[in-house]
Design a protein around this ligand. Sequence first.
Ligand code: ADP
Length: 914
Amino acid sequence: MTTDAGGIVGEFLSLKESTDADVLAMQCGDFYEFFADDAELVADELDLKVSQKSSHGSSYPMAGVPLTELTPYLTALVERGYRVAVAEQYETDDGHARRIERVVSPGTVVDPDGAAARWLAAVEYDDGSDEPWGVAFAEVTTGRFHAAAVADLDDVRAELHRFAPVELLPGPGVRDDDARLADLRESTDARLTLHEAEAFAPGRARHRLGDHFGDQALAAVGLDADPAVAAAGAVLHYVDETGAGVLASMTRLGGLDPGGRVALDATTQRNLELVETMQGERDGTLLSTLDHTETAAGTRLLREWLTRPRRDREELERRGAAVEAFASAALARDRLLDTLDGTADLERLAARATSGSAGPRDLAAVRSALGRLPELAAAIDGTELADSPVPDVLARPDQDAARALHDELADAIAAEPPGSVVGDGGVIARGYDEELDELVEEYEEAVEWLDTLAEREKRSHGLTHVSVDRNKTDGYYIQVGKSVAGQAPEHYREIKTLKNSKRFVTEELEERERTVLRMEERREELERRILDEVRERVASESEVLQDVGRALAELDTLASLGHHAATNDWVRPEFTDGDELVVEAGRHPVVERTTDFVPNDLRMDRERGFLIVTGPNMSGKSTYMRQCALISLLAQAGSFVPADAATLPLVDGVYTRVGALDELAQGRSTFMVEMQELSNILHSATEDSLVILDEVGRGTATYDGISIAWAATEYLHNEVRAKTLFATHYHELTALADHLPRVANVHVAAEERDGDVTFLRRVREGPTDRSYGVHVADLAGVPGPVVARADAVLDRLREEKAIEAKGAGGGDDGTKQAVFDLAAGEFVAGGGNGESDDAAAGIDTAPNGAGDGTAAATEGSLAGAAAGDGAGGQDDPEVAAVLEALRETDVNETPPVELMAKVQEWQTRLENGE
Ligand code: ADP
């Protein structure tokens, strides 16, 4: 380490001042040092030892890591979300100075060993554009780059969920608006980095993108809107600025393919547990269940397919045919997967070659991966795979270029080169470079001379116990055992005495040593130069490497899907242009793995497009609906599906909203969130979408809830016309089937025998006859008398076959009662003065009877009820008192047991009063 301590800390602090990175690592000789606050921080985060450095009378904490060990520390810091500036030392006329050469951040760290992609994102907003949001995503370790304009924040969220970036650059249009920034912050776990605003200027961004990807690239992916261009340009600028050196690996600009894409918002991706469970785990997801890939690139691609289903039928048929071939050709599949096993990650290696960080082993790995192409071709040839789209996948990359590169690497790089150190030789293969070959030959002769020296010395001087060796301090020496050291010849010059021996050198030995050292130096120089040339050559073919990497990943993914299909009895779905959706004996792809699963059918078509799913709690409603959504999604990922047969339309989006209660319990949802999700579905879904609603309106009081559920059903049925599965505990909704032509009821059956309920897990036509809630209360250990009483109350309520909404009509003219008439499926005025008017007006089954009116009417009714003197028996003071108590009871605030007790008390009072 350099000695000028005061200067070093000063230099450190001023460099730190000049960067917006969180931490600075500054090279000081053989170490990278962190000082002051940074030392404390890295010591805390990375368990490094802190010492004190005094400088100009003050003492500073200091921590350091050896030069060669920086990468793992950098990666660890970056993984914790820090941006780290790295200052390198360079020679000046009067000593050393340092400058910041790169800034490593979560999205630009080049050397992560993990398999997961590490996306860097930028998001910009500009309300002057039709599609005001721009998003861009880049992955520096593989060189992937995608950008597009999207219409609204939900689309931004969906992309953020899909890419799961580790670092995000919000543009000025986002960060200058607190609400927008807060929205974005909430939509991602990425570290937000405020990159310079000028990088987002659309003019400059357009220029930079054109320079980098070629002028045609923007038009080719339809990148036109300013915010999208700004986001893409900023990402490019940031990667360049941070000096990771990988800019050149980003060779292709990709879009987000909105045309062929299936809308899958962030909520739905989460609800369906595609790549992460609701609890945030990887296990138990669709991805982890399906993933039998052999390579990291295969896993990445499978993830991409599952989170980005397609509508493009041709592509889906192609994938389907390939999966089918893999499913039936078990032997060929296994052979192919074996061949892929352990294949290096070519997309990543291409990026390393481009950034100059690829070592000899990396290049050997590239060679070996390229060398698999013929093996893979052989694994396919002559098997059932040969008649499928599988060979085309393999044939896609430029074969000649791949072969040429492979052969060059085979010629240039030794069969088993050493790791990252160049210096001990053995990196470059013999026969590649004449000069190197000659040198190595001479070197080997010299080493041979040294190796045999001991023998010669023994013979010519009659010495026993002689050896020749080499170490750092003494160089080459002749070591003679102490007992015979006295017999050492004249020309031996003693250099050291040890306990049992003495060390000597001779002039000749020193001369040879100088030659050997010279040759080693020269060899290192030559090997480095050749390695650099080879690396550059590989970098120049990074597009080919990416193509081959992509092809191998695709084979891996297809074979993995084939394997899963074959081992789990899945079928290839058939796609239809019609409206029919038929699944025979469908199963839930994840639950079927761990449960003795009861398969169920699903049948929907033009006349039957909206299913209301009822059934007791825990009977399997959610599972059924999710399995339907997952089957549709799997099919459009190109996979087989868990069913005996499936005929499916190509949907343009899958939308889900899941029970507020589940989510409420996990502190994740509020009624507001529930309504926002519903609102998004009602706005975004189309006739070609699949909508899954698992309880709507549970997060609010009964009347509100039922009104909203009712209105949403009508709207989805009449206006949106999306295929919908709607599970609800509001029995009243089952009556809708009588009024809305495309609504049908199904229920998940349960059987009650001798007071015990058995869940059959069978989906049957028609509504369920009861909710079994009381049974669940029983299961949960609610005291016997309460359960018995609840049963009795329930029976009585059923007899009455109505729920009531008390309400005031329009004005001060007294109170009316609205009764929900199950038979008619609507609220009718009843009781009171018998007039039918405003109280009922908000809810009807007319096609356009939507939300606002109903909710307002219900609220009005409840408020109004308190003012009047009630319906029926209003002259009786006891009845009035009971009504008063009823009005004042907050159902949401009163525990069920207490509520039952109250009802019981009111009943007694009413009976006595009558
Ligand atoms: P609900 O939505 O009606 O409350 P769930 O869908 O959450 O019920 O299912 C309750 C339980 O039943 C879950 O543990 C689930 O694994 C199991 N289950 C659901 N459907 C099936 C089925 N078809 N076969 C076997 N088990 C099932």
